[in-house]
Design a protein around this ligand. Structure first.
Ligand SMILES: CC(C)(COP(=O)(O)OP(=O)(O)OC[C@H]1O[C@@H](n2cnc3c(N)ncnc32)[C@H](O)[C@@H]1O)[C@@H](O)C(=O)NCCC(=O)NCCS
Ligand SMILES: Nc1ncnc2c1ncn2[C@@H]1O[C@H](COP(=O)(O)OP(=O)(O)OP(=O)(O)O)[C@@H](O)[C@H]1O
Length: 306
């Protein structure tokens, strides 16, 4: 993102010249950026099993229009989470805003779970973005240090798909990822975005495809475990790793190969919703932490796609 566009997409609060600290983004800018990241995730194809602007993947109850409606409705809640964090909110207070966001999502979609995992993970990163300063290395480190313990020990829904899969297969899921500072974002998704941009410098969608494959290959996604069990997860991880081993988006014919993997996931009804959430979060941390290197045309596109 150019400096001018960075200011347009994420207008910053005035810098404190005395302390020289990194200036925090305004809550409104944080909310707009989080929603832009959700929209960019939708506008990515091929993404194995997932909903995109091209097709509905393994989902009978969702399409791109529904995901965009949900993403738009969440923007003020992401801003509210950032505002609450900036005012010193603890995890109980953040959870309250997150639950209100879930209620808005269900109202906007007629009861479909379009973004529950994303509200949680991206919401916590929005909270961290409001507190950004020179002392914390990453947004993930802020989440882990300030709220990690409360996330770990906080209330969990015992009968959710995620917690059932977590119990049965020993996966730590969305909560574990957040409590430990988003290792999949910093270790898989964000570096794969960088690698994808290097492999295909003029195709930002290709960078997002590289990132979703890297995430699927490495994440124990409770959505896949819920629908396909351990066998489904092993299949998904193997196929994604094979795509990357053959050169990912740097190899000729990558789009057709990725589309074939997508078809295989759909045939098995597999959907890596957790990896989709982590792609949005990877876009978000890169845009906040390295704004000069983020992708200008991407965010322009996301704001137009509604
Ligand atoms: C933690 C949440 C997401 C509950 O998740 P749970 O594991 O019980 O299962 P559920 O099936 O409802 O949702 C899990 C979702 O997490 C995502 N996910 C799956 N696997 C992973 C993974 N390995 N890493 C990250 N996300 C994942 C998927 O999108 C999935 O749909 C959430 O419902 C919750 O506690 N909400 C309260 C709101 C809150 O605390 N907000 C904080 C401030 S924003
Ligand atoms: N493009 C996308 N396609 C599909 N899922 C996505 C996408 N982006 C994000 N997700 C995440 O996937 C989750 C929804 O997945 P899914 O519908 O498989 O879960 P579920 O409602 O728990 O289960 P099921 O549909 O199997 O009854 C959401 O929480 C959301 O955050």
């Amino acid at each position: 993102m150019s400096a001018a566009l960075a200011l347009r997409v994420c207008p910053r609060a005035p810098q404190n010249p005395a302390s020289g600290e990194k200036a925090a983004l305004t809550p409104e800018a944080i909310g707009a950026l989080a929603t832009a990241c959700l929209r960019l995730e939708v506008e990515t194809w091929p993404k194995p099993g997932l909903v995109s602007h091209v097709d509905n993947g393994s989902h009978a109850d969702m399409d791109a229009a529904l995901l965009h409606r949900s993403a738009g409705g969440l923007e003020p809640f992401f801003a509210a989470i950032a505002k609450a964090a900036g005012a010193g909110a603890d995890m109980d207070r953040l959870r309250g805003v997150g639950m209100a966001a879930e209620a808005e999502m269900l109202a906007a979609t007629g009861g479909v779970n379009t973004h529950r995992g994303a509200i949680f993970g991206l919401g916590l990163l929005c909270a961290a973005a409001a507190l950004r300063n020179a002392r914390e290395p990453t947004l993930g480190a802020t989440v882990s240090r300030r709220w990690g313990r409360a996330i770990h020990e906080g209330p969990a829904a015992p009968h959710s798909h995620g917690s059932r899969a977590a119990r049965r297969y020993g996966a730590s899921g969305a909560r574990g990822e957040a409590a430990t500072g988003f290792p999949s974002v910093y270790g898989l998704g964000a570096p794969a975005l960088d690698e994808g941009l290097r492999l295909a410098p003029h195709d930002p969608e290709a960078a997002r495809v590289q990132a979703i494959f890297a995430l699927i290959a490495g994440v124990a996604d409770t959505n896949i475990l819920h629908r396909g069990g351990a066998e489904g997860l092993a299949f998904a991880q193997r196929r994604a790793a094979e795509f990357l081993d053959r050169g990912g988006v740097g190899a000729p014919g990558w789009r057709e190969r990725a589309a074939r993997v997508h078809d295989e996931f759909v045939a098995r009804r597999l959907s890596p919703g957790g990896s989709a959430d982590l792609l949005s979060m990877s876009l978000f941390v890169r845009a906040v932490e390295r704004p000069a290197r983020s992708m200008r045309s991407e965010f322009d596109h996301a704001r137009g796609a509604q």
